[in-house]
Design a protein around this ligand. Structure first.
Ligand SMILES: C[S@@+](CC[C@H](N)C(=O)[O-])C[C@H]1O[C@@H](n2cnc3c(N)ncnc32)[C@H](O)[C@@H]1O
Length: 300
């Protein structure tokens, strides 16, 4: 699982600490990145930010789906409290483009390749990846039922066939799903995130944590502890510099052929967290451990 497996020109493609990459657009050979054609695009609805030029390079033929997702975020994403009202003008730059750029890290060419997105919230980055890359099977793992209910509705409305939604905490999924890729944004610090997610990775798999400008510092601080957990490679990658107004910073940690599961133990969530989850739980439903696939796919 290296950059040479099919990385994109937008991707820095290095695990050297804090490298950056510039890119001028997608490859014509990449079906996802092909420029969309067709009639002129309609004006966005009031309150919905205009589509930036970079979006075509990131989403290619899937651009109209991404635009529909931005429209939904600006509407029920905000009214349901999944995203702050002040985020509306920057839904593209800070959220959807920022998350969409991550797909350039995941090589094209293995249909059905799995991605597990932890703490998906408003579908960031998981749903955006599913939009950008129909070749991926994306699992959204989010413990709050109110959020997964919203995610199911959006998945159905966008007619996405490649999404499985789990109302669960990451650590409750260890023996239920695994993938070569795990993604997470704004869920926790890298060490806690590693504790929750490394048992979900297949051998040589990678956790892609979307981070801010302190990613390099965070990695330096925790590198030794990550190594003790079974991480064999880690680095910070910058994707889309020169293309998007806010390039995406990814802290990638890769495990070896195996991890020692005795180093990972499930921690009881805080009582505040439990209370919040109880409040979020629909009457008669279970707060964790349920999964659903919309459009006729698996529900557990
Ligand atoms: C700040 S939100 C970020 C949401 C989204 N990733 C984003 O970037 O907008 C953090 C999310 O992580 C979820 N979360 C917290 N602990 C988790 C865990 N152990 N497993 C899965 N999700 C978790 C929360 O329910 C919440 O929806």
């Amino acid at each position: 699982m290296t950059d040479s497996d099919g990385g994109s020109p937008l991707h820095g493609g290095t695990t050297e600490p804090l490298s950056s990459a510039t890119g001028s657009g997608g490859s014509a050979d990449d079906p996802v990145l092909a420029e969309p054609t067709g009639p002129e695009r309609p004006e966005p609805a009031p309150g919905v930010p205009a589509t930036p030029t970079a979006a075509a390079a990131v989403f290619g033929t899937r651009l109209s789906l991404a635009e529909e997702f931005v429209t939904i975020l600006a509407d029920t994403g905000i009214s349901h409290g999944l995203i702050g009202p002040r985020e509306a003008p920057r839904l593209w730059d800070r959220h959807v483009l920022n998350c969409g750029l991550v797909h350039h890290v995941i090589p094209v060419g293995t249909p059905g390749q799995r991605v597990i997105d932890i703490g998906s919230g408003a579908g960031l980055p998981g749903l955006v990846l599913a939009i950008a890359r129909p070749d991926l099977e994306v699992h959204l793992v989010e413990p709050l039922a109110r959020r997964t209910g919203w995610l199911s509705g959006v998945t159905a409305r966008l007619e996405l066939e490649n999404v499985v939604i789990h109302t669960a905490r990451a650590e409750s999924m260890w023996d239920r799903i695994s993938a070569p890729w795990v993604t997470a944004r704004a869920v926790s610090g890298i060490l806690q995130l590693a504790h929750w997610t490394l048992p979900l990775l297949e051998p040589r798999g990678s956790l892609l944590a979307l981070k801010g400008s302190r990613a390099g510092e965070e990695l330096r601080e925790h590198r030794a502890a990550l190594t003790r957990l079974g991480v064999v490679d880690a680095g910070v990658e910058v994707i889309g510099a020169g293309l998007a107004p806010e390039p995406t910073i990814v802290l990638r940690v890769t495990i070896g052929d195996s991890i020692d599961r005795r180093r990972f133990r499930i921690q009881t969530p805080s009582s505040a967290g439990s209370a919040r989850r109880r409040a979020d739980r629909p009457k008669g439903g279970r707060g964790t451990g349920s999964a659903s696939r919309t459009r006729g796919r698996r529900t557990t």
